[in-house]
Write a protein that binds this ligand. Structure first.
Ligand code: BG6
Length: 479
């Protein structure tokens, strides 16, 4: 299925994602001449815009969300845009949509970012109007269901019209440069791989902390919660990239084969291996913020924080806990992975009363892109009172190492790969299903044990039970 789409059809073209991410990404790609001047972009949603109205709408979004230096010629970009209003539940509307799309010379790429309830009617409308042929591929934005069953339902509906090699499931974390860099760190260096196993690694921590709260997403978030919003997709993808075996090549099948094996090795958790929380009023970065229930306007049992002690039951990771935590209204926005190594097997410094500390590797994903390896070093001196040792960081700040390249929006990469047909950074059906299988089991455990989120004041690292989850294994969360 190798073709470069010369038409991109955006469903949800007036939504939040389109305004903040998709239109800015496409405009920036146009400015950098990374998409063909002939690429036509057709937007569709319920709003009754015509082309000119949509171009104005897009201009406002670009002025708000894309820095001026990345905009290039906005007029040139806006001229690519076309718009067709559509009610996805009315199949007849797809006839006009197909007419607006016309007959692309090479092929069509569709980006579906709509409410989950519209997936099926949209696929049916696309099929009925001839927009699912061999030269059409489709990108699907989350949420793809709320559990394994509903995700299978959606996947079946999509599969009835598109073969798997034409389905591009989006996890925008895979579009982040630093996430892709995990593969380079692990597999383009000889240093880490021999140590990357249970014999040398004590535990792994993955934190995705956010300072934002509900962000006007009441309808969606309260029905989802942190587990389904963040762990099911982004965090499990990070875990899979950290834990997978070396793929034979940088190829979409090879990489996804290895990720799915890890996801299938996730052990079902016990009730004492998860902690959930919900923020109450507090202060984040010095600003007072309301509690979740105040923002929502009612009481709720939805978790805005979750911490999990996960296990990957295979030869490489036997006995190594993966501590995962994510939450809203935490003290700072940070996504990082910490690999804590084991202590040296025998310390020659013990006789000198000097203690060694295990090495650790910190991989900062955002906002700082850095890699820090903590190494033990001797404190300079004549050692009259014995040798002193101290950890010192070996620090690589990606921004300094690679000054020059622009910091791109994750969707720039993903849209480019969708247009060009490279599936490596998209999630395969078997991965999604393995992810849901594990998540569903956690939710079943919560339901069975009547688990309700514990309160935490906004601006804290979740409820204290989350600290205890790691502390009782003698592990401290990196902060
Ligand atoms: C989305 C979640 O998938 O990821 C949001 O739905 C979350 O709740 C967002 O805020 C975080 O993305 P990023 O790129 O800002 O880390």
């Amino acid at each position: 299925m190798s073709f470069n789409a010369d038409c991109l059809l955006l469903f949800g073209a007036t939504g939040d994602l389109a305004q903040r991410m998709l239109l800015p990404s496409l405009c920036a790609l146009g400015a950098d001449k990374l998409i063909s001047p002939d690429l036509k972009i057709v937007g569709t949603a319920r709003q009754p815009f015509d082309d000119a109205g949509y171009r104005n709408f897009a201009r406002e979004a670009l002025e708000k969300y894309l820095p001026p230096e990345r905009r290039g010629s906005m007029a040139e970009f806006l001229n690519r845009l076309h718009y067709q209003p559509l009610d996805a539940n009315d199949t007849s509307h797809f006839v006009d949509l197909a007419a607006k799309v016309g007959t692309p010379k090479e092929g069509l790429a569709i980006f579906l970012s709509t409410a989950p309830g519209l997936f099926e009617p949209t696929i049916a409308g696309l099929s009925a109007s001839g927009l699912t042929g061999a030269n059409v591929r489709i990108g699907l934005e989350k949420p793809l269901g709320t559990d394994l069953e509903s995700s299978r339902h959606i996947n079946d509906a999509v599969a009835s019209a598109f073969s798997e090699d034409r389905i591009f499931r989006i996890d925008h974390y895979l579009g982040k440069e630093t996430v892709q860099n995990l593969l380079a760190l692990r597999f383009a260096n000889i240093l880490f791989e021999p140590l990357w196993n249970a014999a040398h690694i004590d535990n792994v921590q993955i934190t995705v902390a956010e300072t934002v709260g509900l962000e006007n997403r009441v309808g969606y978030y309260d029905g989802a919660g942190a587990l389904r919003d963040m762990v099911q997709n982004h965090m499990l993808q990070l875990l899979a990239l950290v834990a997978m075996e070396p793929p034979a090549s940088y190829d979409s099948t090879a990489i996804r084969d290895e990720k799915v094996k890890v996801l299938r090795c996730l052990r079902y958790v016990t009730p004492d291996e998860t902690v959930t929380g919900q923020y109450r009023k507090g202060a984040v970065e010095g600003q007072p913020v309301p509690g979740y229930d105040d923002e929502l306007g009612k009481d709720s049992d939805t978790e805005t924080f979750v911490a999990i002690k996960a296990h990957v039951d295979n030869w490489r990771w036997k006995g190594v806990p993966f501590y995962l935590r994510t939450g809203k209204r935490l003290p700072k926005r940070v996504t990082e992975i910490i690999v804590n190594f084991r202590p040296v097997p025998h310390s020659i410094f013990a006789s000198k009363a000097a203690s060694t500390r295990p090495n650790s590797l910190l991989i900062g994903i955002q906002p700082e892109e850095n890699i820090t390896l903590q190494l033990m070093a001797k404190v300079p001196g004549l050692d009259r009172d014995g040798i002193r040792l101290r950890p010192v960081p070996l620090d690589i700040a990606m921004n300094d190492a690679f000054a020059g390249p622009v910091k791109r929006i994750a969707y720039e990469r993903l849209l480019l790969d969708l247009i060009g047909g490279d599936q490596t950074l998209f999630v395969r059906r078997d991965e999604v299903e393995a992810q849901w299988d594990w998540i569903d089991d956690i939710r079943a455990v919560w339901a069975e044990h009547g688990v309700k989120p514990k309160a935490y004041a906004a601006g804290n690292w979740g409820p204290s039970a989350a600290i205890a989850l790691a502390e009782r294994d003698g592990v401290t969360w990196h902060e």
